[in-house]
Design a protein around this ligand. Structure first.
Ligand SMILES: [Zn+2]
Length: 324
Protein backbone atom coordinates (compact mmCIF):
# COMPACT_ATOMS: atom_id res chain seq x y z
CA UNK A 1 0.00 0.00 0.00
CA UNK A 2 1.64 3.24 -1.12
CA UNK A 3 0.15 6.73 -1.08
CA UNK A 4 0.28 8.78 -4.30
CA UNK A 5 3.60 10.52 -4.84
CA UNK A 6 3.99 14.27 -4.57
CA UNK A 7 2.13 15.20 -1.40
CA UNK A 8 4.32 13.15 0.86
CA UNK A 9 3.14 10.25 2.96
CA UNK A 10 3.15 8.93 6.49
CA UNK A 11 4.55 5.42 6.93
CA UNK A 12 2.55 3.29 9.37
CA UNK A 13 3.23 -0.32 10.29
CA UNK A 14 0.33 -1.35 8.05
CA UNK A 15 1.39 0.75 5.07
CA UNK A 16 1.72 4.30 3.80
CA UNK A 17 -1.16 6.73 4.28
CA UNK A 18 -1.96 10.28 3.29
CA UNK A 19 -0.86 12.76 5.99
CA UNK A 20 -4.49 13.88 6.38
CA UNK A 21 -5.50 10.34 7.32
CA UNK A 22 -3.80 10.47 10.72
CA UNK A 23 -6.33 12.58 12.61
CA UNK A 24 -5.83 12.98 16.36
CA UNK A 25 -2.28 11.76 16.96
CA UNK A 26 -0.29 10.89 20.07
CA UNK A 27 3.29 11.62 19.09
CA UNK A 28 5.41 9.68 21.62
CA UNK A 29 3.98 6.41 22.88
CA UNK A 30 5.20 3.06 24.12
CA UNK A 31 2.84 0.23 23.34
CA UNK A 32 5.31 -2.65 23.48
CA UNK A 33 8.55 -2.58 25.50
CA UNK A 34 9.73 -6.14 25.87
CA UNK A 35 13.08 -7.87 26.14
CA UNK A 36 14.82 -9.96 28.82
CA UNK A 37 16.82 -6.86 29.82
CA UNK A 38 13.66 -4.77 30.22
CA UNK A 39 11.97 -7.50 32.20
CA UNK A 40 14.95 -7.87 34.55
CA UNK A 41 16.10 -4.28 35.04
CA UNK A 42 13.23 -2.02 34.03
CA UNK A 43 10.15 -3.98 35.09
CA UNK A 44 8.17 -0.75 35.61
CA UNK A 45 8.24 -0.11 31.86
CA UNK A 46 7.82 -3.73 30.78
CA UNK A 47 4.86 -3.81 28.37
CA UNK A 48 4.55 -7.10 26.54
CA UNK A 49 0.85 -7.77 26.09
CA UNK A 50 -0.97 -7.14 22.82
CA UNK A 51 -4.24 -7.74 24.64
CA UNK A 52 -3.53 -5.05 27.24
CA UNK A 53 -2.37 -2.62 24.56
CA UNK A 54 -5.45 -3.25 22.44
CA UNK A 55 -7.60 -2.47 25.48
CA UNK A 56 -5.65 0.67 26.44
CA UNK A 57 -5.35 1.97 22.86
CA UNK A 58 -9.02 1.05 22.35
CA UNK A 59 -9.93 3.47 25.16
CA UNK A 60 -7.96 6.15 23.32
CA UNK A 61 -9.74 5.34 20.06
CA UNK A 62 -13.07 5.67 21.87
CA UNK A 63 -12.25 9.30 22.67
CA UNK A 64 -11.13 10.07 19.12
CA UNK A 65 -7.44 9.17 18.93
CA UNK A 66 -6.65 7.70 15.54
CA UNK A 67 -2.83 7.55 15.34
CA UNK A 68 0.10 6.86 17.66
CA UNK A 69 3.88 6.91 17.30
CA UNK A 70 5.59 4.03 19.09
CA UNK A 71 8.92 5.55 20.08
CA UNK A 72 10.95 2.40 20.81
CA UNK A 73 13.88 2.18 18.36
CA UNK A 74 16.11 -0.76 17.38
CA UNK A 75 17.11 -3.52 19.77
CA UNK A 76 15.66 -1.90 22.90
CA UNK A 77 12.44 -3.86 23.36
CA UNK A 78 10.66 -3.01 20.09
CA UNK A 79 8.37 -5.59 18.49
CA UNK A 80 6.89 -4.53 15.19
CA UNK A 81 4.82 -7.67 14.73
CA UNK A 82 2.96 -6.92 17.95
CA UNK A 83 2.61 -3.25 16.98
CA UNK A 84 0.91 -4.36 13.77
CA UNK A 85 -1.42 -6.60 15.77
CA UNK A 86 -2.32 -3.66 18.04
CA UNK A 87 -3.01 -1.47 15.03
CA UNK A 88 -5.22 -4.12 13.43
CA UNK A 89 -6.98 -4.79 16.74
CA UNK A 90 -7.89 -1.15 17.34
CA UNK A 91 -8.04 0.50 13.92
CA UNK A 92 -5.54 3.08 15.21
CA UNK A 93 -2.62 3.95 12.90
CA UNK A 94 0.68 3.00 14.57
CA UNK A 95 4.07 4.32 13.46
CA UNK A 96 7.17 2.33 14.42
CA UNK A 97 10.64 3.73 15.04
CA UNK A 98 14.09 2.86 13.86
CA UNK A 99 17.19 4.49 15.36
CA UNK A 100 18.83 3.94 18.74
CA UNK A 101 17.94 4.77 22.32
CA UNK A 102 20.24 5.83 25.19
CA UNK A 103 23.18 3.60 26.14
CA UNK A 104 21.44 2.07 29.14
CA UNK A 105 19.29 -0.06 26.84
CA UNK A 106 22.28 -1.78 25.25
CA UNK A 107 24.56 -3.49 27.78
CA UNK A 108 26.49 -6.21 26.01
CA UNK A 109 25.45 -5.03 22.53
CA UNK A 110 28.85 -4.21 21.10
CA UNK A 111 27.57 -3.31 17.63
CA UNK A 112 25.51 -0.44 19.05
CA UNK A 113 28.64 1.15 20.46
CA UNK A 114 31.30 0.13 17.96
CA UNK A 115 29.81 0.29 14.48
CA UNK A 116 30.36 3.50 12.46
CA UNK A 117 27.61 5.87 11.33
CA UNK A 118 27.36 4.45 7.81
CA UNK A 119 26.70 0.94 9.11
CA UNK A 120 24.03 2.22 11.50
CA UNK A 121 22.49 4.31 8.73
CA UNK A 122 22.14 1.22 6.55
CA UNK A 123 20.39 -0.67 9.39
CA UNK A 124 18.00 2.28 9.83
CA UNK A 125 17.41 2.55 6.06
CA UNK A 126 16.53 -1.12 5.82
CA UNK A 127 13.99 -0.74 8.67
CA UNK A 128 12.43 2.21 6.81
CA UNK A 129 12.46 0.85 3.27
CA UNK A 130 12.61 -2.94 3.46
CA UNK A 131 10.85 -3.79 6.73
CA UNK A 132 11.77 -4.09 10.39
CA UNK A 133 13.57 -7.24 11.51
CA UNK A 134 11.19 -9.50 13.40
CA UNK A 135 14.10 -10.31 15.77
CA UNK A 136 14.74 -6.59 16.37
CA UNK A 137 18.42 -6.81 15.44
CA UNK A 138 19.06 -9.39 18.14
CA UNK A 139 21.19 -11.26 15.57
CA UNK A 140 22.63 -13.20 13.92
CA UNK A 141 19.66 -13.83 11.63
CA UNK A 142 17.65 -10.91 10.21
CA UNK A 143 14.14 -11.57 8.91
CA UNK A 144 12.51 -8.49 7.43
CA UNK A 145 8.78 -8.16 8.06
CA UNK A 146 6.34 -6.27 5.84
CA UNK A 147 6.12 -3.60 8.56
CA UNK A 148 8.30 -0.55 7.97
CA UNK A 149 9.54 2.23 10.26
CA UNK A 150 7.92 5.67 10.03
CA UNK A 151 10.37 7.67 12.14
CA UNK A 152 14.02 7.58 13.16
CA UNK A 153 14.55 8.10 16.90
CA UNK A 154 17.84 9.17 18.45
CA UNK A 155 18.80 10.08 22.00
CA UNK A 156 21.30 11.97 24.11
CA UNK A 157 22.07 12.19 27.81
CA UNK A 158 23.06 15.60 29.16
CA UNK A 159 24.16 18.80 27.51
CA UNK A 160 27.46 17.56 26.06
CA UNK A 161 26.98 15.02 23.34
CA UNK A 162 29.33 12.05 23.46
CA UNK A 163 31.15 10.82 20.36
CA UNK A 164 28.96 7.73 20.38
CA UNK A 165 25.81 9.90 20.40
CA UNK A 166 27.15 12.12 17.59
CA UNK A 167 27.76 9.02 15.49
CA UNK A 168 24.10 7.97 15.91
CA UNK A 169 22.94 11.49 14.97
CA UNK A 170 25.15 11.32 11.85
CA UNK A 171 23.46 8.05 10.92
CA UNK A 172 20.01 9.59 11.45
CA UNK A 173 20.92 12.62 9.34
CA UNK A 174 22.19 10.34 6.56
CA UNK A 175 19.04 8.22 6.51
CA UNK A 176 16.90 11.34 6.65
CA UNK A 177 18.73 12.61 3.57
CA UNK A 178 18.18 9.43 1.58
CA UNK A 179 14.63 8.55 2.68
CA UNK A 180 13.01 11.76 3.97
CA UNK A 181 12.12 10.02 7.25
CA UNK A 182 11.02 12.34 10.08
CA UNK A 183 13.34 12.57 13.10
CA UNK A 184 12.23 12.25 16.74
CA UNK A 185 14.73 12.71 19.56
CA UNK A 186 14.91 11.89 23.25
CA UNK A 187 16.20 14.67 25.52
CA UNK A 188 17.16 13.07 28.82
CA UNK A 189 15.54 15.08 31.63
CA UNK A 190 14.55 17.61 28.97
CA UNK A 191 18.18 18.68 28.50
CA UNK A 192 20.47 18.76 25.50
CA UNK A 193 17.92 20.08 23.02
CA UNK A 194 19.98 23.11 21.95
CA UNK A 195 23.00 20.90 21.36
CA UNK A 196 20.96 18.37 19.41
CA UNK A 197 19.64 21.08 17.10
CA UNK A 198 23.11 22.56 16.60
CA UNK A 199 24.40 19.16 15.57
CA UNK A 200 21.51 18.53 13.17
CA UNK A 201 22.04 21.96 11.64
CA UNK A 202 25.75 21.17 11.15
CA UNK A 203 24.73 17.89 9.54
CA UNK A 204 22.48 19.71 7.06
CA UNK A 205 19.13 18.53 8.42
CA UNK A 206 16.34 21.13 8.06
CA UNK A 207 15.24 21.68 11.65
CA UNK A 208 11.55 21.63 10.75
CA UNK A 209 12.05 17.89 10.16
CA UNK A 210 13.06 17.33 13.79
CA UNK A 211 10.85 16.89 16.86
CA UNK A 212 12.42 16.94 20.32
CA UNK A 213 10.81 14.91 23.11
CA UNK A 214 10.48 15.46 26.86
CA UNK A 215 11.56 19.12 26.87
CA UNK A 216 8.53 19.93 29.07
CA UNK A 217 10.56 18.40 31.93
CA UNK A 218 12.28 21.84 31.83
CA UNK A 219 9.34 24.27 31.74
CA UNK A 220 11.45 27.38 31.29
CA UNK A 221 9.69 29.53 28.66
CA UNK A 222 12.96 31.13 27.50
CA UNK A 223 14.45 27.70 26.78
CA UNK A 224 11.35 26.73 24.82
CA UNK A 225 11.22 29.97 22.83
CA UNK A 226 14.87 29.50 21.90
CA UNK A 227 14.19 25.97 20.66
CA UNK A 228 10.96 26.79 18.84
CA UNK A 229 12.55 29.80 17.12
CA UNK A 230 14.77 27.39 15.17
CA UNK A 231 11.74 25.91 13.39
CA UNK A 232 12.01 22.60 15.26
CA UNK A 233 8.96 20.98 16.81
CA UNK A 234 8.73 20.18 20.52
CA UNK A 235 6.93 17.08 21.74
CA UNK A 236 5.49 17.52 25.25
CA UNK A 237 4.62 14.37 27.15
CA UNK A 238 4.71 14.90 30.91
CA UNK A 239 1.04 15.77 31.48
CA UNK A 240 -0.05 12.31 32.69
CA UNK A 241 2.58 12.37 35.44
CA UNK A 242 1.63 15.76 36.86
CA UNK A 243 -0.87 16.43 39.64
CA UNK A 244 -3.96 18.43 38.69
CA UNK A 245 -3.27 22.15 38.79
CA UNK A 246 0.52 21.76 38.62
CA UNK A 247 1.57 25.45 38.51
CA UNK A 248 4.23 25.13 35.79
CA UNK A 249 2.91 21.96 34.27
CA UNK A 250 2.71 20.92 30.65
CA UNK A 251 -0.69 22.55 30.09
CA UNK A 252 0.66 25.87 31.36
CA UNK A 253 3.69 25.56 29.10
CA UNK A 254 1.53 24.76 26.06
CA UNK A 255 -0.63 27.79 26.78
CA UNK A 256 2.46 30.00 27.13
CA UNK A 257 3.95 28.80 23.85
CA UNK A 258 0.66 29.06 21.96
CA UNK A 259 0.29 32.63 23.24
CA UNK A 260 3.85 33.33 22.10
CA UNK A 261 2.94 32.29 18.56
CA UNK A 262 4.45 28.80 18.50
CA UNK A 263 1.20 26.84 18.40
CA UNK A 264 2.16 25.33 15.06
CA UNK A 265 5.37 23.78 16.47
CA UNK A 266 4.12 21.64 19.36
CA UNK A 267 2.88 18.05 19.39
CA UNK A 268 1.70 15.99 22.34
CA UNK A 269 2.16 12.47 23.65
CA UNK A 270 1.99 10.42 26.84
CA UNK A 271 5.45 8.80 26.82
CA UNK A 272 3.32 6.06 28.36
CA UNK A 273 6.05 3.52 29.08
CA UNK A 274 4.85 3.18 32.66
CA UNK A 275 2.57 0.37 33.70
CA UNK A 276 1.26 2.71 36.41
CA UNK A 277 -0.14 5.06 33.75
CA UNK A 278 -2.22 2.40 31.99
CA UNK A 279 -5.80 2.14 33.20
CA UNK A 280 -6.17 -1.36 31.80
CA UNK A 281 -3.19 -2.49 33.94
CA UNK A 282 -4.72 -0.95 37.07
CA UNK A 283 -2.89 2.39 36.75
CA UNK A 284 -4.05 5.98 36.31
CA UNK A 285 -5.08 8.17 34.62
CA UNK A 286 -4.93 5.97 31.50
CA UNK A 287 -3.53 6.95 28.12
CA UNK A 288 -6.94 8.19 26.96
CA UNK A 289 -6.76 11.04 29.46
CA UNK A 290 -4.54 13.14 27.18
CA UNK A 291 -7.32 13.37 24.60
CA UNK A 292 -10.23 13.21 27.04
CA UNK A 293 -9.12 15.27 30.06
CA UNK A 294 -6.00 17.25 29.21
CA UNK A 295 -7.80 19.04 26.38
CA UNK A 296 -10.20 20.42 28.97
CA UNK A 297 -7.28 21.72 31.01
CA UNK A 298 -5.89 23.37 27.88
CA UNK A 299 -9.26 24.94 27.15
CA UNK A 300 -9.44 26.32 30.70
CA UNK A 301 -6.07 28.02 30.09
CA UNK A 302 -7.33 29.72 26.94
CA UNK A 303 -6.03 27.31 24.30
CA UNK A 304 -8.94 27.45 21.88
CA UNK A 305 -10.32 24.74 19.68
CA UNK A 306 -8.38 25.75 16.57
CA UNK A 307 -5.13 25.74 18.56
CA UNK A 308 -5.95 22.35 20.10
CA UNK A 309 -6.60 20.96 16.64
CA UNK A 310 -3.15 22.14 15.54
CA UNK A 311 -1.53 20.38 18.52
CA UNK A 312 -3.30 17.08 18.03
CA UNK A 313 -3.99 16.91 14.27
CA UNK A 314 -2.27 19.41 11.98
CA UNK A 315 1.17 19.58 13.57
CA UNK A 316 1.71 15.80 13.91
CA UNK A 317 0.46 15.24 10.39
CA UNK A 318 3.05 17.71 9.06
CA UNK A 319 5.90 16.54 11.30
CA UNK A 320 5.37 12.85 10.53
CA UNK A 321 5.30 13.25 6.75
CA UNK A 322 8.24 11.89 4.76
CA UNK A 323 9.95 14.73 2.93
CA UNK A 324 13.46 15.01 1.55
ZN1 LIG B 1 9.80 7.54 25.35
Amino acid sequence: MTAPAGRGFVRTVLGDVEPDALGVTYAHEHLIVDSPLIEDRFAHIHLSSVEAAVAEVGECAAVGVSAMVDAMPCAAGRDVVRLAQISRGTGVHVLAATGLHTARYYPGRAWVVEEPADVLAELFRADIEDGIDRYDYGGPVVRRTEHRAGIVKVATIGERLSDAERRVFEAAAAVHRTTGVPILTHCEDGLGAVEQLELFRDLGVPLDRVALSHTDKRPDPAYHRELLSTGATLEYDQALRQPAGEPKGTAWLVAEMVAAGFGDRIVLGTDGARRTLWRTLGGAPGLAWLAAGFVGVLASLGVDEAARRRLFVENPSRVLTFRR
